[in-house]
Design a protein around this ligand. Structure first.
Ligand SMILES: Cc1cc2nc3c(=O)[nH]c(=O)nc-3n(C[C@H](O)[C@H](O)[C@H](O)COP(=O)(O)OP(=O)(O)OC[C@H]3O[C@@H](n4cnc5c(N)ncnc54)[C@H](O)[C@@H]3O)c2cc1C
Length: 226
């Protein structure tokens, strides 16, 4: 059940030019489903218009030792991201969660088609790591678009997982997801997940409509704020 608690910061890891993962100690008894998110507060006096709170998907799997969030730290970040990026080991942040219905249903062996743009990879890393660790028999097709080679978040980790799992197919594209690409990878009966910044989600949703995918087979998470 969602509740308020504080998280102790452990360390960070630079993943690409501008994407960083932040690790926090997992509180005793904290449970979540792959795909869920947290509402994180970092109080600071010099907050800009966007304030002191943000939503972040938990990009770690529940099977991992620590909690992890993964985000872009731009050259001119918001005051929130600047303070996030300056956390030192042992610092605490306040959080509320876990929340969200954009989640893996581990009881359904139906094919999962995971569609993402860039930073939208965060819930999928959690889901795919969980499927691997639990040895679940869920076929997964991951289609990701990136603006440049340097933006391939979690690429090495996921490629390694795909090597050991014939049911996991991964395709990274430097272009936008197209109707042709989705059609090529479409299995017969599947559950479609779609996540990313609002503009990407809206454009891909239209493609799925054109492909006559029933809306009850599509689960969407909009990273509004990007
Ligand atoms: C349910 C949910 C889950 C989310 N999960 C994640 C997650 O796992 N990882 C994550 O990074 N974010 C996630 N977000 C979005 C997150 O909450 C922030 O809104 C987002 O990271 C932007 O942060 P920022 O406002 O601190 O801006 P910064 O990233 O510091 O950017 C500074 C400014 O630049 C603008 N900007 C940033 N990128 C672009 C762009 N591509 N084009 C134009 N302007 C841009 C921003 O609007 C902002 O005004 C999630 C949002 C929701 C609702």
């Amino acid at each position: 059940m969602a509740s308020s608690f504080s998280l102790s910061f452990l360390k960070k890891l630079q993943r690409t030019n501008d994407v960083v993962s932040f690790f926090f100690e997992k509180p005793e008894g904290f449970d979540f489903i792959p795909g869920q998110y947290l509402y994180i507060t970092i109080p600071h006096q010099d907050a800009d218009d966007r304030g002191t709170t943000r939503y972040f998907t938990i990009s770690a799997s529940p099977t991992h030792e620590n909690l992890m969030i993964t985000t872009k730290i731009l050259n001119r970040p918001s005051t929130f991201k600047r303070h996030l990026n300056q956390l030192q080991a042992g610092d605490t942040v306040t959080t509320f969660g876990p929340m969200g219905t954009f989640v893996l249903d581990e009881t359904a062996n139906r094919h999962h088609v995971l569609l993402a743009g860039g930073i939208g990879m965060t819930p999928y890393y959690s889901m795919i790591s969980y499927i691997a660790d639990k040895k679940l028999s869920i076929p997964v097709t991951l289609l990701v678009s990136f603006s440049s080679e340097k933006e391939k978040v979690f690429y090495e980790e996921l490629t390694a997982l795909a090597k050991n799992n014939p049911q996991l197919s991964i395709s990274y594209r430097s272009k936008k997801l197209s109707k042709e690409l989705i059609t090529k990878h479409i299995p017969g009966d599947a559950r479609y997940f779609l996540v990313g910044p609002s503009a990407m989600v809206e454009a891909t949703k239209q493609l799925l409509t054109q492909l006559e995918i029933p809306t009850d087979q599509i689960v969407i998470e909009d990273f509004h704020g990007y």
